[in-house]
Structures are given as C-alpha cells and as structure tokens.
Design a binder for this molecule. Structure first.
Ligand SMILES: NC(=O)c1ccc[n+]([C@@H]2O[C@H](COP(=O)([O-])OP(=O)(O)OC[C@H]3O[C@@H](n4cnc5c(N)ncnc54)[C@H](O)[C@@H]3O)[C@@H](O)[C@H]2O)c1
Length: 390
C-alpha cells in the first residue's frame, strides 16, 4: 500500500486534493500544480471556485498569471467533494476560528471531513493543515477514517502538517518555508514526507501529529507573548519619557539572545489573536492555566484603547510634523500597506509599530495621530483580542 503511494509521488501520477482554497490552500494547490501534480481544488464557496475557473483570482498576490498557468492543465477547481474518490492525497486547509466564548470552532474541519468521508478509500493520504490544538487529528480525523474501516498506517495515511504561509511575504514563498509534519504512524509519516518533499524544499518530521499541532501553536504563542511584552514596554517607556523604538533598535544590536518585537495598537493576522486560545482551551482540559497566553491577550487587547486614550497633539504641531516628513501609519494598516500593497486579503497584520525614522521625536503629532488612526482601525475591525480578524 505504502509503496504504491510512494511510487505515485515519484512518477508524479499522484492526484492531490486541496480542500479550502483560501490564503493557505490556494498557494499550496498552485505549488503542487506547478510541480506537475494534478490538483483538484475543492471549496464550498461557489463564487470563489467560479472565479478560479475563469482564471481570475480573489487573492491579488496569487495572481491571474499563476492561476492561468496551471488552470485546466494541472489545476481543477470545483465544489464537488465527489472528486475525492479520484485523488491520492487530501490536504485540508479550512478555517479554524474561535467561537463566541473564545473556544475553538472546529465546525469547518468537521464539515470538510464529513463531506469527504463517503469518497474516502484505501491507499489515500489525509493531511490536516488547519491550525488547531494538539489532539485534533487523533480526535476528529482518525475516528472518521476508522468508521470507514480504514486503518491509519495500514490502508490509509493520516498526518498533520501546520501551514506557515505568510501571505505577501515574497522572501518566503510556499516552497521555501520548511514544512513540519507529524504522522499517525511511522508509515503515515513516511508517506507524508514523500508527498510534501515533492513540492516543499524541506520537511521537518516530528514524532506525532500532536507534536506537529503543538509546534504551530508554540510559534504563534511566542509571537503573541513577545508582542505583549513590547506593548507593555511601550506603555512603561511612554510613562518615563523614553522612546521605546530607540530602546528596541538599540537592544536589537545585540548579536545574540535578543529578538526585536515592536509595539502597536493592531494585533492581527489569522493566527496571533486566535491560535493561543486554542492552546489555552485545550490546556484547561488538562488542568493547566496558561498564564502567559492570558496576560499577553489582556495587554494586546488593551493597546487600541491605550492609544486612543493618549492626548491628541495640537493641530498646528501635527501639521508641522506632517510637513517635515511623510505621514506614517503604524500597526495594522501600515503593515498591510507595506507588505500587501493592498488589502485584498482583509487580514489585519500583527501589531508591529513601524520604526520611526532616526531622529523622529517620540510621540510626535504625526506619529500619535497615525497610531490613533491605526488603533481606531484595529478597534473597529477586531472587537478585541480573540476575535477573528477577517
Ligand atoms: N492566512 C494565514 O496567514 C494562515 C497562516 C497559517 C495558518 N493558517 C491557518 O490555515 C487555515 C486556513 O486559513 P486561511 O487563511 O486559508 O482561511 P481562508 O478563510 O482564507 O480560506 C478558507 C477557505 O476554506 C473554504 N471552506 C470553508 N469551509 C469549507 C469546507 N467545509 N469545505 C471546503 N472548503 C471550505 C472557504 O470558502 C475559504 O475559501 C486556518 O486554520 C488558519 O488558522 C492561516
């Protein structure tokens, strides 16, 4: 069984289904299609599928040229889950938002898994890519597969491989981002390594699906906590009349042991405001209270309010500042503008106040105004830490 699967990877006859063609699924589907695999892209959003089928795109940075380059050659978008019966590998990239009480909402994962169930058969590989808490693959995917008398490692392969896509980051396209991978069994891992290895430069194997699930959460908790620290430093520095950006810039000259994170009112992306709560929720089931996560959440969610509480600069001074240098936008808006060159993705970028130019005065009129603008934007769009920002 495994050898047959591996053989199809080697000769590129394996057919890959990507379920969920959003910011994660679409580039992944295009990558496999560009590597010469036949890819069936399945999405429940008929309008998105129709757009792709016309060679159009709803994510500007994954442009028409890329889609047209593979469309009807190796890339076939559809809403039909029945296509699953003809594929060898299924990569699930559906949303994992939070519910109203900041609890994990796995309804999309469950809906996708249920929809594909009638069409599953032996010899296939299923890899969940959606960000989620440790245990999801074991608890949600494996039992469904087993209900079809398919046994992971024996006649089907089940993996988890967290997506690390950074939409718009041209330095790290899909294939250049190392792919962490855990398998339900050793055979599942081997099959997954072969599949991803055919399209991604480096596959990082870990010992289980739960470990792979935790890797992604650690990455995002790490960011959330450090952004929280940077935000607290900003408040402390402001109270003391110190320029926090100057402090961070100078600290970042240390060649080891310091990673700069920048304060700002916006906290966003798909991951940072959501994923830590997946871990917090699961940890509670083990009787563990995730203090760092809660504290970072509290500090970060208060930043828009803190910025809005800062006194407005006198209009004249603000104007003078504006004449002296172009207005800067900090945080969410700036990041999106700088990186996305447009906001087709509706993604609030994580909080990263842009570095003011050397010599810029702390809390200058323009800077304060722009921080308030970004704060208002963040506040409007998000409704606090823990909301889904798209
Ligand atoms: N966007 C990022 O930067 C990023 C980065 C890393 C990880 N992730 C994670 O990847 C996962 C997907 O995120 P995304 O940003 O691509 O989401 P998205 O909202 O951009 O896209 C999800 C797509 O899935 C489709 N969909 C929803 N339910 C479906 C179903 N039952 N069957 C088939 N298609 C369905 C939607 O129509 C949509 O096109 C999430 O778990 C997210 O946390 C996102």
């Amino acid at each position: 069984m495994k050898d047959a699967f591996l053989g199809k990877i080697v000769d590129h006859s394996a057919v890959v289904a990507v379920v969920g063609l959003g910011y994660v699924g679409l580039p992944l589907a295009l990558r496999f299609a560009e590597c010469g695999f036949k890819v069936v892209g399945i999405d429940t959003d008929a309008e998105r599928v129709a757009q792709l089928a016309r060679g159009e795109t709803y994510i500007e940075r994954y442009g028409r040229d890329r889609i047209k380059g593979v469309l009807k050659k190796t890339f076939f978008p559809t809403t039909a889950f029945s296509e699953i019966s003809g594929v060898d590998a299924i990569l699930i990239c559906v949303p994992t938002p939070l519910g109203p009480k900041r609890e994990p909402d796995l309804s999309y994962v469950r809906a996708a898994a249920d929809a594909m169930l009638p069409y599953l058969h032996s010899g296939q590989l299923i890899s969940l890519e959606s960000t989620t808490y440790p245990g999801t693959t074991e608890e949600e995917i494996v039992p469904r597969v087993k209900s079809k008398n398919l046994i992971p490692g024996k006649n089907i392969f089940v993996c988890f491989s967290p997506e690390r896509e950074d939409p718009g980051n041209e330095k790290f396209p899909t294939h250049a981002i190392p792919k962490v991978l855990g398998g339900t069994t050793a055979a599942c891992l081997e099959a997954g390594q072969a599949l991803y290895g055919a399209a991604i430069e480096r596959v990082v194997a870990v010992s289980s699906t739960r470990t792979a699930e935790m890797v992604k959460l650690l990455e995002n908790v790490h960011r959330a906590v450090n952004i929280g620290l940077a935000n607290e430093m900003k408040i402390i520095c402001d109270a003391m009349g110190i320029d926090v950006h100057e402090v961070i810039r100078a600290a970042a000259t240390k060649p080891f042991g310091f990673v700069p994170y920048w304060p700002g009112p916006g906290l966003g992306g798909h991951c940072i405001p959501i994923d830590p709560f997946y871990l917090a929720w699961k940890a509670r089931a083990y009787g563990v209270h995730t203090r760092f996560i809660e504290l970072a959440g509290e500090i970060n969610s208060n930043m828009p309010h803190w910025v809005l509480r800062q006194p407005l600069p006198r209009p004249r001074r603000c104007l003078q500042e504006k004449r002296r240098r172009p207005a800067r936008v900090t945080g969410a808006g700036a990041d999106a503008a700088a990186r996305g060159r447009g906001r087709d993705d509706r993604v609030q970028r994580p909080a990263r106040a842009r570095d003011p130019p050397p010599g810029a005065r702390r809390g200058s009129g323009a800077q304060r105004s722009s921080e308030r603008g970004a704060a208002a934007q963040a506040g409007r769009g998000v409704g606090g830490y823990g909301s889904r920002f798209i």
